[in-house]
Design a binder for this molecule. Structure first.
Ligand SMILES: [Zn+2]
Ligand SMILES: [Zn+2]
Length: 114
């Protein structure tokens, strides 16, 4: 439930957190894709599929600081979904969390591998 009092703040449609660091999933996806192409290229189609799930969340909201596209899902939610792709690959999960640490810092969604 969104209060009109907060209409000037942009909240993530999935988790409801205020989006403080607006980077859209397409910008993140290209970074993840670059990383995966050197690590496990066969995962890239799965990454694209995850991106497709977020494609319907690109109207209204706030603007990505990198490309200027509309976005209304936070980076945490996207990274959380992408992280699920690697659940059978603990080493990739570890690298992903490390590599994208700057996005994930402060997120309670992700549980780093032991
Ligand atoms: Zn979110
Ligand atoms: Zn962007």
């Amino acid at each position: 439930m969104h209060s009109s009092l907060y209409s000037t703040k942009h909240e993530c449609l999935l988790c409801g957190d205020v989006i403080t660091n607006p980077i859209c999933f397409t910008c993140l996806e290209s970074e993840v894709e670059e990383w995966l192409s050197s690590r496990m290229p066969k995962m890239i189609p799965k990454l694209k599929k995850t991106g497709g799930m977020f494609a319907s969340y690109t109207h209204q909201g706030t603007r990505c600081i990198l490309c200027g596209n509309n976005m209304n899902v936070c980076t945490h939610c996207y990274c959380y979904e992408v992280n699920k792709l690697f659940e059978n690959y603990p080493r990739l999960t570890e690298e992903f969390v490390e590599f994208f640490n700057f996005e994930l810092r402060g997120s309670s969604h992700l549980i780093a591998p032991q």
